[in-house]
Design a protein around this ligand. Structure first.
Ligand code: 1PR
Length: 561
């Protein structure tokens, strides 16, 4: 049989890797039984989710032993993310679960005091092994397509600290905060990346292609290398993410279109009478997503903004949109709208975990939970902050990892003239005066796309969701949405101080300088925009150029394979 095999143990989004191999025009087969592993001529293990669940699934499927035999056979093995970590003796993530014990060492949790965890975004690799005779500045192209100075997409909370004992195994390291970890393992037939090459744009596809062509292994045998130690830089090379957001809904003719609201109202007011007109149609979801990928978006977010009306599993067009988008877009995809327990039209119950699983299997890397997160936190607060363990956030984070769970917050300002009138809510000073000149407000969470306010503030929501295991906050603002007046910096600063997980600023972007302000004044990891991109008012590259000129790290796109 032979050939290239992918080892899918059923815990995550392997569709993206399959799409990447299709884009590179490589045929492959899926490992379906333990014997397939030893049949393979080349094997890729895309590990997603928690170390423990990966190892338990490998063991329960009787894959672990044949996998160790395969690796020891000398045939080419590529491990991705948890597929790298699994080679080690164990992980702090699940201390009682042994790894494959091929490489000495333990996977450790990042230090959370100086940076957001998970490490979710684009970061540079540093080749600790340089080809002899090549000067320091020469870009490294012979290391399995891995180029010094290029950024790749990482999403993990645990990593292998770089130590002298790992020098013979380590091709490259990456610095995050003040920690240096092993980002590429390469020795003999083994190549493993902590980053996701299938989600790292064309730079990542080049790494996959190099492994598939077997280039790196040849160059290793025929070259002399100089090993050098990575030094801790004053600042890591972690870039800020620019995210394009596509609010999607059916228009009155029943077609799924990309639309955009002004303060969440997506309908045109055609004749100035104030009577709602057509749903704004700003383009087709798959076409726009592909355009943004080519233009340098670091991530694409789809929000199904009328999902509260129906069962997402019957909303097959959204699943289809994800499947088609993930065929040609090789950066992370987030899908939101309707991630909750549902009963479909014929009465069948589907858990939020089932719904999320459908989206992951269709090509999503993250799911975004809006209304259901508000309801879950209301119950959590009413239950003396005891975790129930059965919320959508907890069940999806447990199965797919925290990094797969985003909380989308739809807050609106409630102005008060004094904290005493805020009914115990978290009040902050605002530079946007209220109707009676108030300079204080609290941010009320809403559900159903901003249609219904709840008695819960953003501070309560985000801190509780982090406790429940969410991995990221998508922080919208109804008052700023669609205004092109800039982000709500006070809201964002307040949330950024309240949580340790990454925060995406959203709502209000109008010009390149708005992105600089939000990064400099709030230190968020990412900034999202919709209207200015859909209406072609501000190109993504122009935002990135503006930020680069002001010494804010952003990803350079590699536009060709
Ligand atoms: O409640 O879990 O079913 O999720 C519904 C999802 O749909 C939530 O993420 C919610 O934010 C979103 N949503 C619902 N209704 C609307 C609406 O606009 N009528 N989108 C909506 C809210 C926020 C962003 C927007 C940014 C940037 N829009 O999607 O794109 O504010 O806009 P801008 O750069 O043009 O200012 P559930």
């Amino acid at each position: 049989m032979g050939g290239l095999y992918l080892l899918d143990y059923g815990a995550g989004n392997v569709r993206s890797l399959a799409n990447a191999l299709n884009r590179l025009e490589y045929d492959f087969k899926w490992v379906k039984k333990p014997e397939d592993i030893l049949e393979a001529d080349k094997l890729i293990f895309p590990g997603v989710g928690a170390f423990g669940s990966a190892m338990e699934l490998l063991t329960s499927k009787n894959y672990a032993e044949p996998l160790k035999q395969y690796i020891k056979s000398g045939k080419p093995y590529m491990g991705i993310c948890v597929g790298l970590q699994a080679l080690f003796h164990g992980s702090e993530e699940n201390p009682n679960v042994p790894g494959l014990c091929i490489i000495p060492g333990t996977v450790k949790l990042f230090n959370k005091t100086d940076k957001a965890v998970p490490h979710m975004g684009w970061n540079e690799v540093f080749c600790v092994r340089r080809i002899n005779g090549i000067n320091e500045d020469y870009p490294q192209d012979d290391h399995h397509g891995i180029k010094q100075g290029t950024v790749y997409y990482f999403v993990h909370s645990y990593a292998v600290p770089f130590t002298d004992e790992l020098k013979e195994w380590t091709l490259a390291t990456t610095q995050y905060g003040k920690e240096i970890f092993v980002s590429v393992i390469q020795k003999d037939n083994i190549l493993c990346t902590q980053f996701h090459p299938e989600k790292s744009g064309y730079a990542g596809l080049k790494v996959l292609r190099s492994f598939l062509q077997g280039e790196g292994i040849v160059s290793n045998t025929s070259r002399q290398f100089i090993i050098r130690n990575p030094e801790i830089l004053p600042r890591d090379r972690f870039t800020k993410r620019i995210i394009a957001c596509l609010d999607v809904r059916t228009n009155d003719q029943g077609d799924l279109v990309v639309t955009k609201g002004d303060q969440y109202d997506v309908r045109e007011c055609n004749d100035g009478s104030g009577v709602s007109g057509q749903v704004r149609n700003l383009g087709k979801p798959v076409d726009l997503a592909r355009r943004y990928f080519e233009e340098g978006a670091d991530e694409i977010t789809f929000l199904n903004i009328t999902s509260f009306r129906n069962c997402p599993l019957t909303d097959l067009p959204m699943l289809e949109i994800l499947k088609r988008t993930s065929e040609t877009v090789f950066v992370p995809l987030t899908i939101g709208g309707g991630i909750r327990d549902v009963i479909d039209p014929d009465g069948k119950f589907h858990s939020a975990l089932d719904v999320a699983g459908e989206y992951f299997r269709s090509g999503a890397d993250k799911v975004s939970i809006g209304s259901d997160a508000v309801y879950a936190v209301e119950k959590y607060l009413a239950n003396d902050k005891k975790l129930s363990g059965d919320t959508a956030i907890e069940t999806i984070a447990r199965a797919y990892g925290s990094q797969a769970v985003v909380i989308s917050v739809d807050p609106r300002r409630v102005y008060v003239d004094s904290p005493a009138n805020a009914m115990g809510h978290h009040v902050i000073p605002t530079s946007y005066p209220g109707p009676k000149g108030e300079t204080l407000c609290w941010y009320q969470c809403t559900v159903k796309g901003g249609r219904e306010g709840r008695d819960i503030d953003v501070h309560q929501l985000v801190t509780a969701c982090e406790t429940m295991g969410a991995g990221e906050i998508l922080l919208n603002c109804m008052d700023k949405d669609g205004t092109n007046s800039g982000y709500d910096l006070e809201l964002i600063q307040d949330v950024k101080k309240a949580v340790n997980i990454p925060v995406i600023a959203s709502s209000g972007a109008g010009r390149e300088e708005h992105f600089e302000k939000v990064f400099v004044e709030t230190n968020v990891e990412a900034a999202l925009a919709a209207g200015i991109f859909h209406r072609r008012e501000v190109p993504i590259q122009s935002v990135k150029n503006y930020l680069k000129e002001r010494d804010i790290l952003v990803r350079d796109i590699i536009s060709t394979l």
